[in-house]
Design a protein around this ligand. Sequence first.
Ligand SMILES: [Zn+2]
Ligand SMILES: [Zn+2]
Length: 217
Amino acid sequence: MFNVIGTGSKGNCFTFGNLMIDLGLPYDRIKNYLGDVTYILLTHRHNDHLNLTTLRKVIANTNATFVCGWWLKEYLPNDKVKIVEAGRNYELDDYRISPVIAYHDAPNFGYRIMKDGHKHFHITDTATLDGITARGYDSASIECNHCEIRARELIQEAKEKGEFTHLEGAMNSHLSVQKAIDFCRTNGIKNLIPVHVGESTKSEVLKALRIWDENLK
Ligand SMILES: [Zn+2]
Ligand SMILES: [Zn+2]
């Protein structure tokens, strides 16, 4: 049910049935998905999640209602926005959603989404999942931004050469594949859809995911 239109630091957009999550891609890449979309859940203000040019076109061309935290209110028309709070439940037609606080360098939400007994958990751009549970969820789309082990090696190498690396910042505001897998293991989630995988440790991230997948069988 969860569909990735695009993900990564260059742009994120997903659908779950009639819900869309984030508008971080150019309008042309998402326009064919908009026909069935009734609600668009937004997470945070970074351009790879909310592209303002795309937003303008979506507002002009659809009747979708935007769902978001107070921090995005100023970008949205009053009659098309529903401001939501963490920990509360909201009925959106046949869907029930509940926002979850993500720990990022900007205010940010993840979302619990329920439809016809299927429970999905979506979160990206968060340093940690401490204090969050999603026990027995059927599926989860979770950020697998970097491999902790490889990232530390690369940071060390950069330091020795006196070079800058964005990985230090990434480790403080994004989730590692190890934490995403731990979360799924602890919560009994078997269907993990990795999102927001960074380029610099991508092969190590994919390897960790492969091993996790094989262990599930
Ligand atoms: Zn992002
Ligand atoms: Zn972000």
